[in-house]
Design a binder for this molecule. Structure first.
Ligand code: PEP
Length: 235
């Protein structure tokens, strides 16, 4: 079971250090934290598994504001998120860009969590499967079933809204995704201690990508403990 905390644009180096120094992940769960770029070094120093929130596809070049895989590796960072819906929606990242980011990061030796998910409009118009197929196939085509690749199903309408996919809805989407690309799939979208157990109990849900509830040590620790218990139940 894997629990990843996406801190988005929260927590500078000082707060990152104090959070992680007092946070002890329970047995049976792999925990990843994804702090902002400027806090990556502080996070690495605490000995935790650390992913950046994005990564570029070139080793260097005139790409203002971007960070290369080799730079993350030099810092001791273990991997990167790619294709988060906030990147896709607010910064115009296309499936092709996401796929290139995934391919070069994996090629450089980083782990990758590649995010996919439909908007509310797409779900309501019955296009969920089509959207997921296009997003996952772009990643599959570029990266294949790489052993350091994990996917995250994050319905856009459930991110930061307090609305969560029902366990059955999430299970169905995870099964659909795995039929295209056979890699572990995390669920993301308003996961919190109150709903984590029933989501993580689904057979095709391999962990969670947690935003808001990962910012607070008690709620993040509670989710990690639930994942650890769920891991023991499911072997
Ligand atoms: C996310 O940012 O990946 C996320 C799932 O956020 P939240 O848990 O706040 O919905």
């Amino acid at each position: 079971m894997l629990i990843a905390g996406n801190w988005k644009m929260f927590k500078g180096p000082g707060e990152t250090r104090s959070f992680l120094e007092s946070f002890e992940p329970p047995e049976g769960v792999d925990v990843i934290v994804c702090p902002p770029y400027v806090s990556l070094a502080a996070a690495v120093e605490t000995g935790r598994t650390v992913y950046a929130q994005n990564v570029h596809w070139e080793p260097n070049g005139a790409y203002t504001g971007e960070i290369a895989p080799e730079m993350l590796l030099e810092l001791g960072v273990h991997g990167a998120l790619v294709g988060h819906s906030e990147r896709r929606q607010l910064f115009g990242e296309s499936n092709e860009m996401v796929a290139r980011r995934a391919r070069t990061a994996l090629g450089a030796g980083l782990g990758v969590i590649a995010c996919v998910g439909e908007t509310l409009e797409q779900r309501e118009s019955g296009d969920t499967d089509l959207v997921l197929k296009i997003q996952v196939e772009a990643i599959a085509f570029a990266a294949g079933a790489h052993e350091k690749l994990v996917l995250a199903y994050e319905p856009v309408w459930a991110i930061g809204t307090g609305q969560t996919a029902t366990p059955a809805m999430a299970e169905e989407a995870h099964g659909f995704i795995k039929d295209i690309l056979d890699r572990p799939v995390l669920y993301g979208g308003s996961v919190k201690p109150e709903n984590a157990a029933e989501l993580l109990a689904q057979p095709s849900i391999d962990g969670a990508l947690v935003g808001g509830a990962s910012l607070e040590p008690d709620s993040f620790a509670a989710i990690c403990r639930i994942a650890s218990a769920s891991d023991r139940e499911h072997g």
